[in-house]
Write a protein that binds this ligand. Sequence first.
Ligand code: SF4
Length: 543
Amino acid sequence: MNDEPLIRVMALHAIEYCERLFYLEEVEEIRVADTAIYDGRRFHEQLPEYVTLEQFVLQNEELGIRGKIDCLRTQQGMLVPYEYKKGHARILPNGDVLAWPSDQVQIAAYSLLLEKHLNRPIMEGRVFYAADHRTVSISIDEKMRNQVMSAIARAKELRASTERPPITANERLCARCSLAPVCLPEEERLVEQVGRDTVRLFPEDRDLLDIHVTSPGSKVRRAGNTLLIEDKDGQKRSFPIEEVGSITLHGNAQITTQTIHLCANKGINIHWVTGGGHYIGSVSNSAGGVQRRLRQYRALIDPELKLRLAKALVIAKVESQLRYILRLTRGSEVRKELESYINTIRDVLSSTNTANSLDELRGYEGSAAKDYFACFSRLTVDDAKNGMAFIHRNRRPPRDPANALLSFLYSLLYRDCVQAIVTVGLDPTIGFYHQPRSQAYPLALDLMELFRVTLCDMTVLGTIHRNQWKVEEDFIQAGDQVWLSDTGRKKAIAAYENRKQDKWKHPVIGYSLTYARALELEVRLLEKEWTGKPGLFAMNRIR
Ligand code: SF4
């Protein structure tokens, strides 16, 4: 018995459009319901009265396909299947009107299904294009039948493969493709044609909310498809589930099992963070990513690739540190005082590319970090009067307010990195630079390096310099440990989340996007290092 699942006729439509689209949707199970898809659905719901959709569901084991025919009509004694499309028909320069190749294969596949079901020949199928109100007839001849059978055979081949097919050569298809934000075809073309004007197919912002539940004793529950958050004083907030990207529960905030089920169903990540800001763990529904993870495992056991990626990562981090210090001290007397630290960071940067091992690289990175934080220390001398001086980096536990704040923001960043990795369908436990020594996921720690300066260090120093912290209110001293208070935590979360919404232009890819989006983009570019065209990962820098 053949236990292979039947192929959807819509998947044959996809394979004819672009093999990579078929693979992403049918094999990797990535589906993005964009406006065009919603419009298509609505269109089927709002067809004119003279069109009666009967929607015959058919399947055939021998063909290996299944599908839903929009409508059947009898024309001169022959049964004719119809497919209704919202868009335009294909019009050739000579004025001939045709159905698009993918639509032809779709209606031909329905015709073959119908033929098997009724045991009588189907010689014609029709596609109605609502945008120009035309019906195009397709002859179900030998050529069309062979085309359907080839599409089925190719679909089976691709289903058995773990490799993503390459991007299509026909750029125009990508502009209308719902999976362009996942596939990133323009970015791949950029690798081959440096300096090319990339068309942005990746959304500028991530429209979803990252919700934090910080008040002790708060409870998150669901009411239908709405998320309700109630704190212990009875204050309520509510969010439609479609608007939620993630929920982070701080301290002892509670969430009901029903809400966890709903979030798992909708692909919403839930994270738990201790009251002190230590990341505990998360729940995410990452089903369907087997091929992505297999490719990741295969790639990240290669020591050469790991070293190359790690170098790119460390160079990006150290260069951002250097640029930030240079920016802060531009035209200031302090620059002279920091000159020796700045020079050491420069030396480290030029040596990093010569590193022959990950350990050597870690040595360079550690040395740059020491001098970078020494600069931090000098740059907060004047903030000592407010209790916000950064003497030196200390953690686990932090022993002064500046370090408590920095550690807390690093925890939030770690959470976002885990989320971005899981969203893309990679495994956060397999990284290329950090060792799997602690409970923290190595790949999330790797990714963090690219955003520490922009999302955390700049937020910490910026808010300190703007006197936004009141040590007595915002921090709690417990022995030699310092934590953020409830008020401090709320302020820190607001500062961090605001920073994530800042827009920034990627120096290589050439378009602007929020940092919230940049995190996911970077994971997708990382995946291209082993699936597609390498060379775009870790190219982001602060200006
Ligand atoms: S974006 Fe382009 S290359 Fe990628 S799946 Fe869609 S059509 Fe194919």
